[in-house]
Write a protein that binds this ligand. Structure first.
Ligand code: 23J
Ligand code: MN
Length: 263
């Protein structure tokens, strides 16, 4: 079947609901959990603010609109290669310069929800990914890989979402060998449901923050604070994860949408 026929069928399936669009995005607002850097950094990304300009009043009798305070790395968001020092030399490693062809791709959903419920510091390893592949099929070049932890169920409570104590944040993520394995398969990117693409304790790994360090070293993308991954099949969905075209942007909030075959 040719591409034109595929498109025709895709359009029909979307219009009829045979393909369901699942929203993998959290609400962006003042209650959105925000990353907290250790206090030795003077600056941090701000809380999201939404300010009214008008709502059918003296400042706008016919119209409602708002303005915002919004960091690039807020809520459900995209990490571009330039976000990390290992990706700094890619000329296309910014939100306004990257190859949009890579943003829409099949998604592999690795369910780590049971392990993550038992252990907030659960780490997905290369062996864990290979076990998943033996059951569900191989991860292929050009695909997204996301780690399901159901962490989005905590997103209405920032303290539970960040899950920090005097030793720092505790949240699941990948090991360095997991990310190296996925990069050897030429994935487009890696996503999680936690505040960042790395585990809470990833600052102590070698290299520190391996998802950031290794993904962006290889010009690959990261996705964080994804929602509703429990509504996706292990394989068979297509993920659309498109950042705003921020000039020289290092990341951006996204509306992450998954196309899921029904039934
Ligand atoms: C800045 C510094 C460290 C980290 C992050 C941002 C993120 O997780 C992010 O949002 O990309 S770890
Ligand atoms: Mn980020």
């Amino acid at each position: 079947m040719g591409a034109a026929d595929v498109m025709k069928d895709l359009g029909r399936m979307l219009a009829s609901g045979g393909i369901e669009v699942v929203d993998c995005t959290g609400v962006l607002g003042p209650n959105t959990p925000i990353l907290q850097l250790p206090p030795d950094f003077a600056k941090n990304t701000p809380r999201v603010e939404i300010h009214k300009i008008s709502e059918y009043d003296k400042d706008g009798p016919f119209f409602a609109w708002n303005w915002m305070v919004l960091g690039e790395h807020s809520g459900t968001h995209f990490d571009a290669p330039h976000h990390w020092i290992t990706g700094k030399d890619y000329p296309e490693g910014y939100t306004d310069k990257l190859d949009v062809q890579r943003l829409i791709a099949p998604v592999n959903v690795i369910d780590c929800s049971a392990q993550s419920q038992k252990d907030a510091n659960f780490l997905l390893t290369a062996d864990g990914i290979k076990e998943w592949e033996a059951k569900h099929g191989a991860i292929n070049a050009g695909e997204w890989v996301v780690m399901r932890t159901d962490w989005d169920k905590r997103a209405d409570d920032e303290a539970k979402f960040l899950n920090a104590d005097d030793k720092g944040p505790h949240s699941p993520g990948p090991t360095p060998d997991a990310i190296e394995y996925l990069l050897s398969k030429k994935i487009v990117g890696w996503g999680t449901q936690c505040i960042g693409t790395d585990a809470g304790q990833a600052g102590g790994m070698t290299p520190p923050f391996p998802a950031h360090n290794l993904l962006h070293r290889d010009n690959c993308f990261g996705l964080a604070s994804l929602a509703n991954l429990d509504k996706l099949p292990a394989k068979g969905a297509i993920l659309i994860a498109a950042p705003l075209k921020i000039e020289n942007g290092t990341g951006s909030p996204i509306r992450a949408l998954a196309l899921v075959p029904k039934g």
